[in-house]
Design a protein around this ligand. Structure first.
Ligand SMILES: [Zn+2]
Length: 58
């Protein structure tokens, strides 16, 4: 018996709108909902993103 489970390790959950990746689906969902409604970034959400390509130093 073979069971194939598709699982991406690098970017499990991605917000379709801002393309940020989250390891937790809940944050990806929150991010997507936020992006869809407000069309801006919520730091409280995006700080949970995996990718830090646009890392900002404050
Ligand atoms: Zn987003």
């Amino acid at each position: 018996m073979l069971k194939t489970i598709k699982k991406k390790n690098s970017a499990p959950y991605t917000c379709k709108i801002c393309k940020l990746s989250y390891k937790d689906k809940r944050w990806a969902d929150k991010c997507e909902a936020w992006c869809r409604n407000s069309k801006s970034c919520n730091l409280e959400i995006t700080k949970h993103a995996i990718k830090s390509r646009n890392a900002m130093k404050i």
